[in-house]
Design a binder for this molecule. Structure first.
Ligand code: ZN
Length: 248
């Protein structure tokens, strides 16, 4: 990370503390390897492929934790601009509204202001990745049978942070000079979840439909990908939300 970005992503602004891998464990080595391949050539599409001989669950685990740390940092940089007043509902433009649901207080999908939704989302992910039964840190302890299912849900929820940041707060990202950093993180995330088939295409729609609205010259291909990254500088409308929307 450059010095400028270190200043942008001031530690004090981290939304949540980072989850770290224990040095000496296999997952720490895998994490280092994944980081090294990123730093070397930045061929993100190749970097996300499961290295031969590695366990898929390990590969997913290190990426889920890494993306949580990075996306958490990104939201941390704009969270002071994401308030109940600016974002009374958790949304991604006029078409997508996300409702929170958990096994605790919100047993039914509930519309919430974005900052409240984000807090619940980050808390929930933090609980999952710190749960030894789900993300075992000891060598030889197996992952649970539903591990990939849980990771899919975590990644699906993390994707919504991108949706909200891109559509509602990208002006702040630009002011902070963090545009390239966020775009790279999103591309990496996108390549990973599609390579490993971890998020439904339907869920990825909010970030592909934006360019279609904004500039008709944008590719109309149904292929979703960073080549069609939204460019919120082109000016988005922030109309009312449609009834319904995505729930979770
Ligand atoms: Zn917001």
């Amino acid at each position: 990370m450059s010095i400028a970005l270190k200043q942008v992503f001031n530690k004090d602004k981290t939304f949540r503390p980072k989850r770290k891998f224990e040095p000496g464990t296999q997952r720490f080595e895998l994490h280092k390897r994944a980081q090294a391949s990123l730093n070397s050539g930045v061929d993100l599409k190749a970097a996300v492929q499961l290295p031969s001989g590695e366990d898929q669950n390990d590969w997913v685990a290190v990426h889920v934790v890494d993306f949580f740390n990075r996306i958490n940092l990104i939201y941390g940089t704009i969270c002071e601009f994401c308030t109940e007043q600016t974002c009374p509902v958790m949304s991604g433009g006029p078409k997508y509204e996300y409702r929170w649901q958990d096994d605790l207080k919100y047993k039914k999908p509930t519309a919430l202001p974005a900052p409240q939704y984000m807090n619940l989302l980050m808390d929930w992910i933090e609980v999952q990745i710190n749960n030894e039964d789900i993300f075992p840190t000891c060598v030889g302890v197996p992952f649970p049978k539903n591990f990939l299912q849980i990771c899919k849900k975590i990644l699906c929820r993390l994707f919504r942070v991108f949706v909200h940041v891109y559509i509602h707060h990208f002006d702040r990202v630009i002011v902070m000079g963090a545009e390239a950093h966020v775009n790279t993180c999103y591309k990496h995330f996108y390549y990973f979840v599609t390579e490993m088939n971890l998020i439904d295409r339907k869920e990825l729609e909010p970030l592909v439909s934006v360019p279609r609205h904004c500039h008709e010259a944008a590719p109309r291909s149904s292929a979703i990908g960073p080549s069609t990254l939204p460019d919120p500088r082109k000016g988005l409308t922030r109309g009312g939300l449609l009834a319904g929307g995505l729930q979770h």
